[in-house]
Unconditional design. Structure first.
Length: 195
């Protein structure tokens, strides 16, 4: 989980950020990205891909990462922008915002996936990076927890969709709620709802 960070440090980089997003697939809500910079040598075997962790474990690690990181940045792209520019571009925009919100800024960025982002900072895209890099894994946790909290807040505004449970994903219950109540302001109008 440290190979990519070590390799970047061997090339002279000192502030290495991991970046990932959460929320590409849901029918509702924003896409949220996070970027995390750890101090050199930081290790924590509990930090791994957020999808392999329970919600409770993610919440606990969110606090751990907040305390350990040198810097954390987040980026949020709302549904109306997702509809306008498409989900891939929205995800990359959220990751760009997350990296630009790091203070101090990083000098190298590790990005989960196959695409780099539109910043002048040297960077590397890593397929399955959230399973291979502690920095990206930490970013996946921050992004996922941050997005889940946003969806919990939206549940209070739109309780009929049960966003606390489905987080905007297209569960059967959520699709039935859309059928019964229509879409609300945070639904992605460009996403097709399967019958």
């Amino acid at each position: 989980m440290h190979r990519f960070e070590r390799r970047a440090r061997s090339q002279g980089f000192t502030a290495i950020a991991g970046c990932d997003e959460a929320g590409r697939g849901p029918l509702a809500g924003p896409v949220v990205a996070a970027a995390v910079v750890f101090p050199e040598g930081y290790a924590n075997d509990d930090i791994r891909d957020s999808k392999r962790l329970t919600p409770l474990k993610r919440e606990k690690l969110f606090t751990v990462i907040e305390g350990a990181a040198r810097s954390i940045g987040t980026g949020i792209v709302e549904p109306h922008t997702i509809d306008r520019i498409n989900i891939l571009r929205a995800s990359l925009l959220a990751m760009k915002e997350a990296v630009l919100n790091l203070s101090p800024p990083p000098d190298y960025v590790l990005i989960d996936g196959t695409y780099t982002i539109d910043v002048s900072i040297p960077q590397e895209a890593i397929v399955r990076g959230d399973s291979l890099s502690i920095s990206i894994a930490a970013a996946s946790i921050i992004a996922k927890v941050s997005r889940d909290r946003i969806m919990d807040d939206y549940h209070n505004r739109y309780p009929c969709y049960n966003f606390t449970q489905n987080k905007g994903y297209g569960t059967r219950e959520h699709r039935e709620a859309i059928r019964d109540h229509g879409r609300c302001d945070i639904h992605r109008q460009s996403f097709r709802v399967k019958a």
